[in-house]
Ligand binder design. Structure first.
Ligand code: PHB
Length: 402
């Protein structure tokens, strides 16, 4: 029996994997996507929900934006609240761009539907057990993947393998075995409790609220479903946050003139831990990593999905050229192209997080300095513009505004 061959094997059907498989297909390069979870799991897991202009442009330009266009909440600004006084950051006013609140699982549904409609192959409930041959440098060398599904264990060969299997990536280790490879990490002394609520909108735009009692974020999912977050301790469990405590803290941290947090049935609660990590390089021979498999950002500013999509926008053209023209010059620059943007997003997420969160037990000096920093940004035209530029994502070279 001959072993089946595909140009590109993609491990993981998250935002990075599905976007890559779609972009490759549009340029005539076929791939197979492997995903350990069920399709239902992928389509229902709750994650963040902000799409930067670059991500929106990619969806629109590649024909996946139709439902997003109808259902997403397009926002031209955000509000930052300091002790009940709110300042608007005009994203569009300062940058000419906007963002959209559209849940990550909706993004995934759209890409899965499109890949399947285009005849794409997504193997759900299938685990890649091993990848060998990634260091093969000669033309014609291939990688061999062994994978297991309900029917048993199989093999497949691929010219290139892209591991986009999330923050606990199984394949990142192969990259880190290389001499000089590193994973730079940072932990934060706080976390978020995220809730989904059946309630009307609290405010037309997102509110990032900083308060002595801790940070809170008012976001949305639809007219009738709201997404709220509260700063909590990293060790907290959902049981320590009964509904009454959630409402008391949200009102305390967010309510201000003209804004009262809208209450309703809480139907989802989970604790999100804060971590930063960057792996470099993001390539070893024929193996590439992207998205959360390569880097993690804390949720403040919601850069995670956008960064995954930006990685793919950097990787796809190199892969296409390598497969079609057997020219790997662009592909071999992938880490150098992607990493500067990743570090900028890492800085922005760290900066927003540390400026907006009270550190448990922080000194009066540190608390005062932090507020001084936030006031300096909010009261300055240049400060608001800087924040707006970083928030919408500055580098949008691949897919122009439509
Ligand atoms: C969300 O809606 O999940 C969200 C929005 C903004 C953030 C983070 C998360 O900064």
């Amino acid at each position: 029996m001959t072993t089946r061959h595909v140009p590109v094997a993609i491990i993981g059907a998250g935002p990075a994997g599905l976007t890559l498989s779609h972009l490759l297909h549009l340029d005539g390069v076929e791939s197979v996507v492997f995903e350990t979870r069920t399709r239902k799991d992928v389509e229902e897991t709750v994650r963040a929900g902000v799409l930067e202009q670059g991500t929106l442009n990619l969806m629109r330009a590649t024909g996946v934006g139709e439902r997003m266009e109808k259902e997403a909440d397009i926002d031209e600004g955000i509000e930052i609240s300091l002790d009940g006084h709110r300042t608007r950051i005009g994203l569009t006013e300062h940058t000419g761009h906007h963002m959209a609140v559209y849940a990550q699982h909706e993004y995934l549904k759209d890409f899965i539907a499109r890949r399947l409609a285009d005849g794409g192959e997504i193997l759900f409930e299938t685990t890649v057990d091993s990848v060998i041959g990634i260091d093969g440098a000669a033309d014609g060398d291939v990688c061999t993947l062994q994978y297991t599904d309900a029917e048993g264990t199989h093999t497949l060969t691929a010219d290139y393998v892209v591991a986009v299997d999330g923050s606990r990536s199984q394949f990142r280790g192969l990259i880190l075995e290389q001499e000089g490879a590193i994973r730079a990490r940072h932990d934060y002394p706080y976390a978020w409790l995220g809730v989904l609520v059946h309630a009307p909108k609290t405010n037309p735009e997102l509110i990032y609220a900083t308060h002595d009692a801790g940070f809170a974020l008012i976001s949305t999912r639809s007219e009738g479903v709201q997404r709220y977050y509260l700063q909590c301790n990293p060790e907290d469990t959902e049981e320590e946050w009964p509904d009454e405590r959630i409402w008391e803290e949200l009102h305390k941290r967010v309510d201000s003139e003209g804004v009262t947090v809208q209450e309703g049935e809480i139907f989802e609660k989970s604790v999100l831990r804060f971590r930063s990590a960057v792996t470099s390089p993001m390539q070893r021979g024929r193996l590439f990593i992207a998205g959360d498999a390569a880097h993690t950002v804390p949720p403040t500013g919601a850069k995670g999905l956008n960064l995954a999509v930006a990685d793919i926008a950097a990787l796809a053209p190199g892969l296409i050229r390598a497969v079609k023209d057997k020219d790997t010059e662009l592909l071999d620059q992938y880490s150098d192209i992607a990493l500067p943007r990743i570090w900028k997003a890492q800085h922005f997420s760290y900066w927003m997080s540390s400026m907006l969160h009270a550190i448990p037990g922080e000194s009066p000096f540190e608390a005062g300095r932090r507020r001084g920093e936030l006031r300096s940004v909010l009261e300055s035209e240049a400060g608001r513009k800087y924040l707006a530029e970083q928030y919408v994502g500055r580098d949008l070279p691949t897919f122009p505004d439509k």
